[in-house]
Design a protein around this ligand. Structure first.
Ligand code: NAG
Ligand code: NAG
Length: 279
């Protein structure tokens, strides 16, 4: 293999990298754009504040999903449907609805949202539901959704516990989700993001370099591999290094020793081979 012009090789690498970085950057930008809170702004906080908004944003993985639970009482059964900052069961403005055989009741609206949170939980409140007919002081219904940390699920099923015997009535729902867990996961995924970016760079280098060598330099065969001479050299150097460090020198002694004792035994088959060859 004849060594290539090092200047050419360097330019091949540079051109390839710049060219293939452009789509990579576009991809990263698109990914960032998608992960921004898309839909979360439909929730109106009753008292808008940055800290409450950031609590709400922890729930981003739960967006755009209907969660439902069936509650059976003696003769009736109710179905509750919850959606984060979106129309639960398709009912406009409702974040939480209760359905029975005859009607759908809005339990809470996402234009009256509150969110408080601790390290392993978020309590979401939807206020301003339909008024109670004849109990609970005929106040507006409201729903609490308690979401607690569970790393094994992105969103568990809902459970329900209605409270209507007290002065202040509410519907209480519980679910678990990894979304509200402390950011151990985001550290992990930062590591994997770095890994992915690293792999992308390697792939960009290989593909960009290959295309450059093939299309612009016009290389053929193994020469299409970017910086081929360099990598071959690295390979040889590390093989030499490994040979130097790892190989035990003792091996030559038994060789010499065996050479004396086993010489006749080794010669015989060789001779037989020579006889076979002309046939
Ligand atoms: C929620 O349920 C309603 C009614 O079934 C449906 O129209 C809507 O598309 C669902 N939304 C999502 C995000 O699944
Ligand atoms: C929320 O929406 C309901 C029904 O659309 C409306 O009656 C109510 O005034 C709104 N509340 C707020 C705080 O915007």
């Amino acid at each position: 293999m004849q060594p290539r012009d090092p200047m050419k090789a360097r330019r091949g690498l540079g051109g390839g990298r710049v060219l293939s970085l452009v789509p990579l950057l576009v991809l990263l930008l698109v990914l960032c754009g998608c992960s921004a809170e898309d839909g979360m702004d439909k929730c109106k906080l009753t008292a808008e504040s940055a800290s409450e908004r950031s609590v709400l944003n922890r729930l981003t993985p739960l967006l755009h999903r209907n969660f439902s639970v069936v509650q059976k009482e003696e003769k009736e059964s109710y179905t509750y449907v919850f959606q984060l900052c979106g129309d639960a069961d398709g009912v406009a403005g409702a974040g939480f609805v209760q359905k029975d055989n005859t009607k759908t009741t809005v339990v809470g609206r996402y234009n009256s949202t509150k969110a408080i949170g601790g390290s392993v939980w978020v309590l979401l409140t939807y206020d301003n539901g339909e008024k109670y007919d004849n109990h609970c002081d005929m106040a507006n219904r409201k729903a609490f959704v308690m979401i607690t940390c569970d790393r094994t699920t992105d969103a568990s099923t809902l459970t329900v516990a209605e409270e209507r015997e007290r002065k202040e009535c509410f519907y209480l729902f519980e679910m678990t989700s990894s979304a509200v867990c402390p950011p151990l996961e985001s550290k992990l995924s930062a590591g994997s993001i770095l890994l992915i970016v690293g792999l992308c760079l390697v792939a960009a280098y290989l593909i960009g370099g290959f295309l450059y060598q093939r299309l612009i330099v016009g290389a053929k065969g193994m020469d299409q591999i970017p910086n081929y001479a360099f990598w071959v050299e690295i390979g040889n150097l590390s093989a030499d290094g490994c040979d130097f460090v790892c190989r035990s020198k003792n091996r030559e002694e038994p060789n010499a020793y065996r050479g004396v004792s086993s010489e006749p035994a080794e010669e015989e088959p060789e001779e037989r081979d020579d006889h076979l060859l002309p046939m």
